[in-house]
Design a protein around this ligand. Structure first.
Ligand code: BTN
Length: 331
């Protein structure tokens, strides 16, 4: 991270942490190991980004309010101050797809945990070559560079833990209990709230990097996120405006823990068991559309690499990559 943005984020985090209280310049210098001039420069830079910070003569600084842009990169980094991921966060007002710069930067050696986010995507990408439509405002679109120590053939597990991380963050921050549709859709009452796309660069035996792109219909309503599915927005569920930066940080924090857990001894089996116990697709009648055509059956289990196993009238079939539709009832 650039040393100045590190200072800015540390100052921001101290001021926000103090809430309504005034923090003296001296106390900031002492706790952060900075000069008075460095603190003053950081406060001014934050003001330029839209933070309102009061200077109270002989007392110090008081945090008043956040910038209008709830995707401000310093803020997301401050939320993730104690997390190894999320440094840096790169923000563009508009991008074709957050996957594009994230993959490019990963190829050039970007650190694990780098986040690319934007307010608007002009050519958002979904799974299976689909488009991901960006609402004009209020959506969450971000991509995260991950360097997982996993065998390439088990990389699907990364998608499964990503979905569980979104589910956990939605519950912790907003009290919303969502369903998981295999492999990585997040549904709320059968409508799609979030989609995840994981793209991987690997060679036999080695994953170079993965870029996990997450789209959440946060504040916008009545948008079609991908082609052909009913959608719902988080704000329409909670009745509140969603702070997008806070939610991105929440997801990234869970995902960091989940990926490290996946890499630990026995971690892949634990993640599979956990996903199986949460997955709404298992035990349901499903229609599976894959390169081989369409089948209808019951989703009965997951394979050890995260594939879905479907029992049909002709026996069981295993799918690694497919589009699954939940059908209303078994019969
Ligand atoms: C899907 O459900 O098909 C996956 C959708 C993934 C969308 C996200 S939005 C952020 C990132 N950038 C993209 O272009 N796609 C992913």
């Amino acid at each position: 991270m650039h040393p100045f943005s590190k200072t800015k984020i540390a100052v921001l985090s101290e001021l926000m942490g103090a809430g309504d209280l005034t923090v003296s310049g001296g106390a900031l210098c002492l706790s952060l190991g900075l000069t008075r001039q460095a603190v003053w420069k950081a406060v001014n830079a934050l003001r330029e980004d839209g933070y309102v910070i009061e200077s109270i003569p002989h007392k110090g600084y008081r945090f008043v309010s956040l910038p209008k842009n709830d995707l401000d990169p310093s803020l997301i980094e401050a939320f993730l101050l104690d997390c190894p991921w999320g440094h840096p966060v790169l923000y563009w007002e508009s991008l074709n797809s957050t996957q594009v710069p994230a993959k490019e930067l990963a190829r050039k050696g970007a650190p694990e945990g780098l986040i690319v986010t934007t307010s608007y995507q002009t050519s958002g990408r979904g799974r299976l070559g689909r488009r991901w439509v960006s609402a004009p405002e209020g959506g969450i679109f971000f991509s995260l560079v991950i360097r997982p120590v996993l065998p390439p053939e088990s990389i699907q597990l990364l998608s499964l833990v990503s979905a569980m991380s979104v589910q956990d963050a939605l519950f912790t921050l907003h009290g919303v209990r969502c369903q998981l549709k295999w492999p990585n859709d997040i549904l709320w009452e059968n409508s799609k709230l979030c989609g995840i796309l994981t793209e991987v660069s690997s060679e036999p035996g080695l994953v170079h990097f993965a870029v996990t792109g997450i789209g959440i219909n946060a504040n916008s309503s009545n948008v079609s996120l991908d082609e052909g599915s009913e959608t719902v927005s988080l704000s329409s569920i909670t009745g509140k405006k969603i702070h997008r930066g806070e939610l991105i940080a929440g997801v990234v924090r869970y995902l960091h823990g989940a990926v490290r857990g996946l890499e630990a001894p026995g971690g892949m089996k634990r993640a599979l068991d956990e996903y199986s116990s949460r997955c709404d697709t298992l035990g349901r009648k499903v229609r599976v559309v894959s390169d081989e055509g369409e089948v209808i059956g019951e989703a009965v289990a997951l394979g050890e690499k995260g594939e879905i196993i479907v029992r049909t009238k002709d026996g069981t079939q295993t799918f690694t990559s497919a589009d699954v539709n939940h059908l209303r009832a078994l019969g």
